[in-house]
Design a protein around this ligand. Structure first.
Ligand code: ATP
Ligand code: MG
Length: 413
């Protein structure tokens, strides 16, 4: 019989990877909660128009990466390619802006993009991300950038570089677009096919092209920071000032534009040189126009998303493994019920406990305890059991002592 395999571009997460995934998402949630973020869960699929309008028609995502299908009711449905549009939809739909001045959301979950699968690039992948709605202060920009950076730093990912830029408001981009187009027009025929298309739809994205030839050809293109208005420049300067206050080293990259249309003003990425061309671990920025685009509201917003698989690759083996507090070894059928009750009590008491259903011999127990990495082994023999004592073996220091059952919990604390 032919075994059915996981679909190309998808990946099961289990075993140590499962522990690692859990560690990363939990650590993020815990860390971001110190800054006031709470969990938001939006559906994995949405009406296709949400992404067309939210992410933007001219983007790679909408043009060629979306998983779009008709459901049985003939609705056009799309598996979410990113998290922000749905968070904004939820925010507008539930009029959350009427209930609180500033909202801070954290999310974690899978996203879907039809891309060419390779290391660090999948068709179903996981992101953790945050969105802040209702605050326009540049201090927030710096705070969120610093928060993401500090999180990665805290869980042990080093050698990261923060690159930032400001792409200004719409008027600035319109002005810049003109000067960029006059630069691109004479070299148009030498650019890649995608870039020719981008010139029609969204010329700024030409600067984001990964093709070497395009990069070289556009090396001397005009930069957007020269087109910023006074107000935009001031915003950008304050972001940088506060990044310094928060002790985040950054590099300015005037070519950084990001792949989604909704960004305005501050954009940034956190990049590593350890993952080849899949080096962007985290990306985000300010998107003050998205709420207008989706709900006709003047509400400023800022956020980021980070790729969990890329974080996991960078973590390698450096994450806390599951700790097994106790292995309960029972010797002979007379002790079985007692042993299982004890194991159950210890678990209810918050301990991680392993116990085997069939093993009765000491030697086999020790092998198993070793294999599962137990820190302690509780050995229950029938003579001891009748005296109300057990043998507690410290499996790390290899010492053991006889103790009363009622003292066991206290000692293990
Ligand atoms: P890239 O330039 O690597 O394609 P992007 O600009 O498309 O990234 P975003 O849409 O900002 O990325 O998503 C944020 C993060 O999600 C990325 O920095 C990356 O870590 C992760 N990510 C994006 N696409 C994928 C994918 N196909 N597979 C795995 N992770 C991804
Ligand atoms: Mg991409």
């Amino acid at each position: 019989m032919k075994l059915i395999k996981a679909v190309r571009g998808t990946k099961d997460i289990f075993g140590d990877d499962g522990i690692k995934y859990d560690y990363v998402t939990r650590a993020a949630q815990e860390f971001f909660s110190n800054y006031g973020y709470t969990m938001i869960k939006t559906p994995i699929f949405e009406e296709t128009d949400l992404f067309k309008r939210g992410v933007g028609e001219g983007t790679d995502i909408v043009e060629k990466e979306m998983y779009t299908f008709k459901d049985r009711g003939e609705r056009s449905i799309t598996l979410r390619p990113e998290g922000t549009a749905a968070v904004v939809r939820c925010y507008l739909e539930n009029k959350i802006y009427a209930k609180e001045e500033t909202s801070r959301f954290f999310y974690a979950g899978s996203m879907f993009r039809y891309e060419r699968p390779q290391a660090g690039r999948q068709r179903e992948f996981n992101q953790i991300g945050v969105e802040v709605l209702g605050e326009s202060s540049p201090i927030l920009d710096a705070e969120v950038i610093a928060m993401g950076f500090s999180f990665l730093d805290k869980i042990g990912i080093t050698d990261l570089e923060v690159t930032i830029n400001s792409v200004g408001e719409k008027e600035t981009r319109v002005r810049y677009r003109e000067s960029l187009l006059s630069f691109l027009e004479p070299i148009k025929e030498e650019l890649c096919e995608d870039c020719k298309m981008r010139m029609e739809k969204n010329p700024l994205r030409v600067l984001d092209c990964k093709v070497e030839k395009c990069k070289t050809l556009t090396a001397d293109a005009p930069i957007i920071t020269d087109s910023l208005s006074q107000e935009e420049k001031e915003h950008y300067e304050t972001v940088k000032k506060y990044l310094t206050i928060f002790q985040v080293k950054y590099k300015e990259d005037p070519r950084l534009v990001r792949g989604l249309d909704y960004y305005s003003s501050t954009v940034y990425e956190i990049v590593t040189n350890k993952l080849g061309s899949q080096g962007t671990v985290l990306g985000g920025g300010r998107y003050d126009n998205l709420l207008k685009q989706l709900g006709d509201k003047e509400i400023p917003a800022f956020g980021f998303a980070a790729g969990v698989e890329r974080i996991m690759m960078l973590l390698g083996d450096e994450f806390p493994k599951r700790d097994l507090d106790i292995y309960v070894a029972w010797l002979g059928d007379e002790t079985k019920e007692f042993a299982f009750k004890l194991a159950n009590d210890l678990r209810l008491d918050g301990k991680t406990v392993a116990i085997d259903y069939n093993t009765k011999a000491m030697k086999a127990h020790m092998k198993k305890a070793d294999k599962v990495g137990a820190k302690n082994v509780v050995i229950i023999g029938d003579e001891e059991m009748n005296k109300g004592v057990v043998m507690l073996k410290d499996f790390i220091n290899r010492t053991q002592e006889e103790i009363k059952v009622e003292d066991l919990k206290k000692i293990l604390k």
